[in-house]
Ligand binder design. Structure first.
Ligand code: BT5
Length: 329
């Protein structure tokens, strides 16, 4: 892991939780002069942090900016590999496009591309994804699991479980997963996941997991066309959420469940997924690229395929679809 001196200083200030950090101690520990420490502190202040110098005691971090820079995320991070390299943008077209290029260029497992704003955020099938500046988590995670391509789609379900768990822990809200890639709160979409694959016939080179979480938006921030179907964590619980903390938690659970999946297969993930889902047992309409099916969602198979019992009694498995919940069975 390559952490810059500036990141180390910031990390110490954050970890001190409001207590002063001695300039001399920092200089000794990092083996640099007090003047260099002072220069790094100025640079940290330029990023929006407010630091107070208390005579004879040291530096106290008074406030942190609401940004999702590596300096903000990494101190909250409890992972081995995920998020250890973070490529940060104040604005970009789509983190997914940048991550795809980086993956092709050989970026290591766990590399994250994150932006404050996307001007051309993408959903599945080239749909667009509203990505208001400074209000959400718009990130793409490059992973390189040793699995064959046919199993890659299951990482959408692994990711859904991880994000649900992270949201639950940071907010106390209870999100639900709508198969395959939506996370809902009170029936409205708070998160979308876009899983893309770079592979040969029999080997996965990388999976790029695009994660969009609506965090601190007001309803008016969404385009009118989705104001009835979208929501944010702030709308649901009335509080601003620390986006860096949530991003770090998502990466933590993504690593934990990703590893669990690679080591033990889909079974343990399936159990977690089922406990958070709001699709099974419901009457649904599934629109695939080829057809529209209506019936009752019976469950997901050990491959993550959704099984639907049609009114004719026939049971059909769908690999990918848009699901409309029609209500109780
Ligand atoms: C998704 O597609 O839900 C996947 C979204 C993935 C977004 C992330 S952000 C980081 C990374 N970089 C990217 O460029 N993308 C990924 P899908 O299931 O196709 O849903 C798209 C539909 O959701 C749209 O057609 C709208 O109806 C709706 N929608 C768009 N923006 C939304 C938002 N912010 N919140 C809720 N719904 C939204």
């Amino acid at each position: 892991m390559n952490i810059s001196i500036k990141e180390k200083i910031l990390s110490q200030l954050i970890n001190a939780k409001g207590e002063p950090v001695s300039g001399q101690k920092l200089a000794d520990e990092l083996n640099i002069s007090r003047t260099m420490i002072w220069k790094h502190l100025k640079s940290i202040e330029e990023d929006g942090y407010v630091i107070e110098a208390i005579k004879k005691k040291g530096y106290v971090l008074q406030s942190i900016p609401d940004i999702v820079t590596p300096e903000q995320i990494i101190p909250n991070l409890n992972t081995k590999q995920l998020g250890r390299t973070i490529d940060y943008y104040t604005t970009c077209e789509s983190t997914q496009i940048i991550a795809a290029d980086k993956a092709r260029e050989g970026a290591p497992h766990g590399t994250v591309v994150i932006a404050e704003e996307q001007t051309d955020g993408r959903g599945r099938l080239d749909r667009s994804w509203n990505s208001t500046a400074n209000k959400g988590i718009w990130m793409s995670v490059i992973i390189r699991p040793a699995i064959s391509p046919q199993f890659a789609a299951q990482f959408t379900l692994v990711s859904a479980v991880a994000i649900t768990q992270a949201i639950q822990e940071v907010t106390n809200l209870t999100p639900e997963i709508k198969w395959p890639n939506d996370i809902l709160i009170n029936g409205k979409k708070v998160t979308g996941i876009l899983t893309e694959l770079q592979a040969d016939m029999d080997i996965v080179h990388s999976i790029i997991i695009g994660i969009g979480v609506n965090v601190n938006q007001e309803l008016s921030a969404f385009e009118e066309s989705i104001q009835k179907t979208a929501t944010s964590l702030k709308i649901e619980n009335g509080e601003e959420i620390d986006r860096s903390l949530l991003a770090a938690k998502i990466l933590y659970y993504l690593e934990k469940y990703g590893d669990l999946y690679v080591e033990n297969g889909f079974k343990p993930i399936k159990i977690l997924w089922e406990s958070h889902n709001c699709t099974i047992g419901k009457r649904i309409r599934a629109t695939t690229l080829r057809e529209t099916l209506e019936g009752v969602a019976l469950g997901i198979t050990n491959d993550g395929v959704l099984e639907i019992k049609l009114d004719s009694g026939e049971i059909r498995g769908v690999y990918s679809a848009d699901i409309h919940l029609l209500g109780k069975n």
